[in-house]
Every structure is written in structure tokens, then in C-alpha cells.
Design a protein around this ligand. Structure first.
Ligand code: ZN
Length: 285
């Protein structure tokens, strides 16, 4: 079984510090670098592209599609779902989907929420995503130790049956059940801090238990020098939390892609996944 290796294509400062900031050019450079690494070994990535990034660097989005990776939506503005009204959320994802489809000339079927924030927003955003034409979502972190995690959600991919009678596939971020706890092991800071043998073991073990493994990373994690080039002051605490492990991240990524096969989420979508009924879904059938 291949891993779904996903990249949230965005800029660190705009997505993490302040969503009103511009997208800095390093975001493009770092994204192109990740594409170069994937191309070296012929891997296919699932790229959740932020609308603000696509506005700034449309050629990079076209390159993602041209090189055989999947272009999916990370929404437009990187505002957490639970900080938007339902109609704002709908407008954000509709705008992002239309923009990306216009750029690449192909359908966009997948969505990932900023900060995996679907966990805090309940189930109703899934209905909006299905109504807007998305066929899978990858926005749930099924671990109580993650900020916006949902402990009640299955750790493996499921076909979600919605109250409206629509359905979509959910690819939750990978977790590892260990010592009675559900630990997040899918990427980001966890991969920056954990040693490679532990990551390899966690991926293998989680794949055996959960049938699939959805990993994620960000282009800025490959850039240990970023903070020195930003125009704003950053606290040492923030630098430590967000910068630790960046220097060794690329080496781990290289080992990851030399160890595991990859497939896009869209290509994995059609497989037979267990059904997960949302409350009210059965009545709608
Ligand atoms: Zn993001």
C-alpha cells in the first residue's frame, strides 16, 4: 500500500502568523524545491494549494499539475474553519476550487482545512464540501493530543455518508496507537523532531493497522534559514517551536521517499473504504 504524501502549499508567515500578510517569494522557492526532490525519484505528491499562494505564483501551480502531482484545495485565505461562518467557509472553498481548476484546466476533488481545523468545526463543513463538488476531504486529525483533533473519528480512511444522502471519502491524518494513546505521527513538527528510525517504524506500523497513511509537510519545513530573512521580529519561543528540526527535515524526507511508494489521494479515493455514517445519514437514504 502506498502512502499519501501531501504538501500544504502555503507560506509560513501568512498561514501561521497573520493571514493578512503577503505570500513571500521563499514560499515559491521552497515549493519548487519539494517538486525537484519528488521528481528525482518519480514520486507523486498530493498538493493542497492555498488560494493566496496560487494568486501569487500561478506558474508553480501549473508546474505541480504538469509534473503529474495532484492539485487539491487548501482553501483560499487560511482562516480556520471554526473561525468562519458557514457561508464564509462555503465562499472560501468555492473560490479556491474555481481558481485552481481555472489554472490547471482539470477538476479539483480534494480539500484540506487550514490547521486541520475541521475537527473543531463539527460535521457540517463536510456537507458543504460535498455540495461544492469535493469528493474527498483530508482535514481531520483523529488524535486528542492534536490542537484541533477529534478523538471520536476513525483512524483509517472512510467513506462518509452524510445526512443529505451525499458522500465523500475522508483521509484522516495518520496516527499511531501506542500504550493506549493515539499519537499524531503524520508529519510537520512530529517529523521534524522524531528520529528517522522512529518515523519509519511509525509509518510501517500505522499502515499495517490503518490500511493507509496520510503524511503531510510544508515547503517551509525544508528551509532552515527562513526566519533570518523575514521582515518581522519573532520571539525566541516561536523560532524554537516553529524552526526546530528544519535543518534535518530534508534528509528525513529523502529517506521517506526512498523507503515508501506514494500515490495521490485522488487515486486512492476509489478504493473500497469502510462506511462511516454521520448522525441522521441513515434516515436520508
Ligand atoms: Zn496550512
Amino acid at each position: 500500500m502506498p502512502v499519501i504524501l501531501s504538501v500544504d502549499v502555503e507560506d509560513w508567515a501568512q498561514s501561521t502568523l497573520d493571514t493578512s500578510l503577503p505570500i513571500y517569494p521563499r514560499a515559491q522557492r521552497n515549493t519548487e524545491h519539494v517538486l525537484d526532490l519528488a521528481a528525482e525519484r518519480g514520486h507523486t505528491l498530493t498538493c493542497f494549494v492555498l488560494g493566496r499562494f496560487a494568486d501569487a505564483f500561478p506558474d508553480t501551480v501549473r508546474r505541480i499539475a504538469r509534473e503529474g502531482h495532484e492539485v487539491a484545495s487548501h482553501g483560499y485565505g487560511h482562516v480556520k474553519i471554526h473561525e468562519q461562518r458557514p457561508e464564509e467557509f462555503r465562499e472560501d472553498v468555492r473560490r479556491s476550487k474555481a481558481q485552481l481548476e481555472d489554472l490547471i484546466g482539470a477538476e479539483v476533488v480534494g480539500y484540506r482545512a487550514p490547521h486541520f481545523s475541521l475537527g473543531k468545526a463539527g460535521d457540517s463543513p463536510l456537507e458543504i464540501l460535498a455540495e461544492e463538488g469535493f469528493r474527498y476531504d483530508s482535514s481531520i486529525f483523529p488524535s486528542p493530543t492534536y490542537r484541533h483533533g477529534r478523538a471520536d473519528w476513525p483512524a483509517h480512511p472512510v467513506r462518509v455518508e452524510l445526512p443529505s444522502g451525499r458522500s465523500l471519502v475522508e483521509f484522516p491524518a495518520a496516527t499511531l496507537r501506542l500504550f493506549g494513546r493515539v499519537l499524531p505521527v503524520a508529519g510537520g513538527g512530529y517529523h521534524r523532531l522524531l528520529p528517522w528510525p522512529l518515523i519509519r517504524w511509525a509509518v510501517s506500523r500505522s499502515m499495517a493497522a490503518n490500511q493507509a497513511f496520510t503524511l503531510y509537510c510544508h515547503p517551509y519545513e525544508f528551509d532552515p534559514d527562513e526566519f533570518a530573512h523575514l521582515p518581522m521580529e519573532l520571539s525566541w519561543k516561536l523560532r524554537l517551536h516553529q524552526g526546530l528540526g528544519r535543518a534535518g527535515f530534508e534528509a528525513k524526507f529523502r529517506r521517506l521517499i526512498s523507503t515508501f511508494d506514494t500515490a495521490t489521494a485522488a487515486s486512492m479515493m476509489a478504493r473500497e473504504w469502510p462506511t462511516h455514517w454521520l448522525p441522521g445519514a441513515a434516515a436520508g437514504r
